[in-house]
Write a protein that binds this ligand. Structure first.
Ligand code: ADP
Length: 484
């Protein structure tokens, strides 16, 4: 079992105190590196979720809002608490997710960055008066908190994802009811423990519920007291939330699946492209929605690039993230492992070549460590091309022309992240404009940052997180024209 000063209470948090779930149902949290249970947590009943919404409602203030200064102080206090406890939060994160310890601790810094950004830009949410005077009135625009927000997060960034949502919700003055993924609730409990000890939040401003997604999702979708849901996860669940909230016309912020193209032209710096692909593709074990999923290589440089990639991949160390110098941890669970294996099998059966990694038959059983794997001659008939693999499989496909690769890149219902490597600036501009993706890295495999808006086009989502666009997600503009 995991021990930590930040995990003294292993339960939810409602109305400013740790909850005491009555029903006694529990669920287990595993360390994917060892397969061992590290905690057992309450699967909270519907009545707890309703109580969390009520607590949020009681913390909402419309007529005398928490001032910008008060909200700025909350954000700064959370940022500081995360930074001061980066090592311990990172250790907990590493143990329940599996990613290498340094990467886990880096994620805590990344999370602190969102609270920092919102604290520094909160002034943008102040009311302003229009310089024009339409209809002979003086018009003031206020940014009101939308109300209690349901925040639902996935397991792949246990602290990063909640930071994006919670920083903007608190900046707006919105209370929240937060549901972490059942694979990684301990990092969230650690965050609540820090907020409980170090941040002067009103009771009910932040509430934590955990357990069955269907039970929690139902209350959040159906309660008229929750006017907004912010969700990061699969497109399948995102679609369900759209349907389940349609009756009430809730505001939705959705960050869903991706199928990121990573395009390498023949004029690119191949070493830089290979380094960036490694950093991008193997982050979080390849289990992020911004990880490159389809690698398009110009046919002239395909062999050279494949060699560079194999050379780098063969030097990578796979193991328990808590062990020093591990580059790649385990996958999150057996379903995740089986999916990557199925994609590899399918591609090899349909004619792909194995450049680095193991054949499916040699992967072994009873563990979740999938070696970094590179395959060539991939085409659109293969599962790894059409679906998000969410694992350390690098599938390479060839292309000849710019037009062809833009079309191939867009040949997916998703539109989250994409990458293009070329030293021709005009071409980069053309390709970026042609790609229907919310993020287009040019000569970089880097992902989102607190300073820039990030989100998906097409079936990858609605809304943006980060940047000023993200700061405005939890407010509603209200206009007050003054007639005399
Ligand atoms: P992933 O494949 O990353 O696990 P999911 O979409 O299944 O993505 O889950 C993302 C988050 O959404 C998790 O916290 C999960 O428990 C939650 N979730 C799953 N189904 C529902 C639902 N019907 N309503 C609300 N939340 C849900």
């Amino acid at each position: 079992m995991i021990e930590s000063p930040l995990l003294e209470k292993l339960t939810g948090y409602i109305g400013g105190r740790w909850s005491d779930s009555a029903e006694g149902h529990t669920f287990d949290v595993y360390n994917p590196a060892t397969g061992k249970v590290i905690a057992s947590l309450p699967s909270m009943p519907e009545s707890d979720v309703v109580a969390a919404v009520e607590a949020g409602k009681s913390a909402l203030r419309l007529t005398s809002p928490y001032t910008l200064e008060t909200r700025r102080r909350w954000l700064e206090a959370i940022r500081d608490a995360l930074k001061e406890n980066k090592e311990e939060v990172g250790r907990i994160l590493c143990m329940e997710h599996g990613k290498p310890l340094k990467e886990a601790q880096g994620e805590v810094d990344y999370a602190a960055g969102f609270f920092d950004y919102c604290s520094k830009h909160i002034q943008a949410l102040d009311a302003h008066t229009l310089t024009e005077k339409p209809k002979d009135c003086t018009w003031t625009v206020h940014y009101r908190p939308i109300g209690v927000a349901g925040l639902i997060t996935p397991w792949n960034f246990p602290i990063g994802m909640i930071a994006k949502k919670l920083s903007a919700a608190l900046a707006a003055g919105c209370p929240s009811v937060i549901k972490p993924a059942s694979e990684t609730p301990l990092t969230m409990i650690a965050l609540f423990s820090l907020m409980d000890k170090h941040v002067d939040l009103p009771d009910g401003m932040v509430n934590l519920v955990m357990g069955k997604a269907s039970v929690i999702g139902k209350v959040l979708c159906e309660s008229p007291d929750v006017p907004m849901l912010s969700f990061t996860g699969s497109t399948e669940v995102g679609r369900k939330l759209v349907v389940d909230t349609s009756e009430q016309v809730k505001k939705l912020a959705l960050e869903l699946g991706g199928n990121a193209p990573f395009i390498v032209f023949d004029d690119a710096d191949l070493d830089a492209a290979a380094d960036n692909l490694i950093a991008n593709k193997f982050r979080g074990g390849g289990q992020t929605c911004v990880c490159a999923n389809r690698i398009f290589i110009h046919e002239k440089v395909a062999d050279a690039f494949g060699e560079k990639l194999a050379e780098r991949v063969n030097k990578m160390t796979v193991g328990d993230g808590l062990t020093e110098d591990v580059d790649l941890g385990p996958l999150i669970n057996k379903a995740g492992f089986d999916k990557v294996k199925r994609h590899l099998e399918d591609a090899l059966e349909k004619g792909a070549g194995l450049v680095a990694g193991k054949k499916p038959a040699d992967l072994g059983e009873g563990h979740l460590f999938f070696p970094p794997t590179v395959i060539t001659d991939v085409n659109r008939d293969m599962c790894c091309y059409r679906e998000e693999t969410f694992g350390p499989l690098v599938p390479m496909a060839l292309f000849r022309t710019e037009e062809e690769v833009i079309e191939a890149g867009n040949d997916t219902e998703f539109g989250l992240a994409s990458y293009v490597f070329t030293n021709d600036a005009e071409r980069a501009q053309r390709v970026a404009a042609g790609l229907r993706f919310g993020h287009v890295g040019w000569n970089t495999g880097t992902g989102p940052t607190p300073e820039a808006p990030f989100g998906g086009m097409k079936a990858s989502g609605i809304g943006r997180e980060g940047g000023l666009e993200g700061l405005f997600e939890f407010v509603e503009a209200q206009t007050v024209p003054r007639g005399f």
